[in-house]
Ligand binder design. Sequence first.
Ligand code: COA
Ligand code: HC5
Length: 628
Amino acid sequence: MFAVFVRSALRPGMVRPCRLVRPATQIPERSLVHQEGLPKLPVPPLKQTCERYLAALGPIVSEEELEHTRQLVNEFLKGGVGERLQKGLERRARKTDNWLSEWWMQSAYLDCRMPVAVYTSPGVVLPRMHFQDRQGQMRFAAKLIAGVLDFKRMIDTETLPVEYLSRQPLCMDQYYQILSSCRIPGPKRDTVMNHAIGITTPTHITVVHNFQFFVLDVYNSDGTPLTVDQLYMQLEKIWNSSLQTNKEPVGILTSQHRNTWGKAYNNLIKDKTNKESVRAIQKSIFTVCLDAPMPRVSDEMYQSRVAAQMLHGGGARWNSGNRWFDKTLQFIVGEDGTCGLMYEHAPAEGPPIVFLIDYVVNYMRKTEMVRSPMVPLVMPQKLRFNITPEIKRDIDRAKQNMNIMVHDLDVKVLMFSHFGKLVPKQHKLSPDAFVQMAFQLAYFRMYDICCSTYESASLRMFKYGRTDGIRVTTEESSKFVMAMQDPAKKNTERMELLREAVEKHKQNTYDAIHGQGIDRHLLGLKMVGIEDLTSMPEIFMDTSFAVAQHFNLSTSQVGSKTDCVMCFGPMVPDGYGVCYNPMDEHINIAITAFNSCEETHAAKFAQAVEDALLDLRALLEDTATAKQ
Ligand code: COA
Ligand code: HC5
């Protein structure tokens, strides 16, 4: 089955750059059948969410706090406030395609004032390449660009295969948001501009080398994409026209706190040339960052070093100025063979990006450089910036802040090679739940308590669906981790508790992906409360609510065919970001934390995760042999 989508749809928070959208009559019928046939995100029953919320608090708050919250929830349910908010939410659900997506995009991303680098933009590390020089770098980049353009062809011709989760077709909208789009800073709230929607869609990408940006037209006048050979020649021209290494890294401005960047942005684009240059970057299909080599590290440290490079570029001295952090998609190719990407999270989730990567990697494997006829191509246009003293001051501040962020981010990639998802499968356990229980055990062993834990769950079964959270810490998971630490417990008992915890996690996952999660419903009720302009219901002002929202473990499973490492920063100052990619025989796990927090330590947590995974396997094997 082939999918596709209504490209005229403007998603929440997005600004339409061109007046004209595609007339409805031109939308192929099959695309409408797929997209329009998707169910609407339901509003879960109020009582169900309240009960599940209280159950989720059990293992993470004290008995007194829980008792207090029980009373607040009771009042919320019985006193009419909950009912009123629920009705408001149901009304919104009837009137909109998706009651959540706009609020989510705003509250999770566009209203968020923290820098996008480190705090929200994820990174992907591709397997290490064996080139060590500029020829290798450019050959790789040329093939990669050709691969992405081939993927774009599927989007343009509407031949992208529909994805499925648990045999249900998924919303494909996010694929139409990742190319030719860019985040724009605003004084209080950002926007995302999508240039793929208009009649004249962009035909160029931007390439950045030594902090200098270039417009590279990637289509011939007949609409065919440049060949790998042609792209290589164009990249070579760019390389040769950007040899100076003393240029002002204008791009680093985009790494700032959003209010700071918002102000600097207005100042930057006062100048006409600067404004045109910024527009060219924003409109481009995507950006390719040709990075300078980074300091060499041991093989053991390599993956962690590159993961950090994907998240922030390594600092002002290295490649942090070789980015436009607002750009939705930036592919990063280093002269030293490092490659990967970073993406701005507001328009899309990880899985569509990873699907694109898998496609491009496969394309690159098949494609060889063929000599193209020597048609002279125009020189890629260098983007000029006039740097006033004020802009220079903003850049210097951004450099300082970036260096602070770089020093603060602690990254450890664990390439867990002892086994992969086949082991839990052989023991009839959900691999995702199994890995999550290892995280729970690792955390409990390090801190002697359970913490609020978030796992991303896809809501793409619903039209314009994004994510809900799975609350991983449950009564069952806490009993299991305590039993693992209790010498008096037998392995058979521990195994029984592990099965119960895994089953509970599977049930919570099922509920979340079917629109019956807790967190987004509570967010929706809170947003209705805010829009009502009445006083905020007490359940949202309660300590338990704050504890529940304070995700010390922020986790996400993103599976890929390519053996890549995916990473993102922690959600809270004293927490961990944990992104994992379970393959059949091994698991890639990237752990981040902040150095400014005394209590967290990415490498120690990685070691605890490794030990926990090995102990879980030992438990499975021990109890399996005991049964025989
Ligand atoms: N016995 C044997 N096999 C089992 C099993 C069991 N008891 N339970 C599950 N499995 C199998 C599944 O059938 C599946 O098989 P497959 O590899 O052939 O597909 C595999 O194990 C994996 O299943 P599981 O580990 O249970 O989880 P999942 O793949 O369904 O993933 C989520 C769970 C939450 C990650 C997924 O639902 C999801 O939402 N993914 C998107 C997350 C996301 O968007 N992240 C990024 C946000 S930006
Ligand atoms: C390339 C993989 C990126 C994964 C990013 C991710 O999981 O983002 C989460 C999105 C969501 O809505 O759950 C947020 N999180 C990073 C805080 C887990």
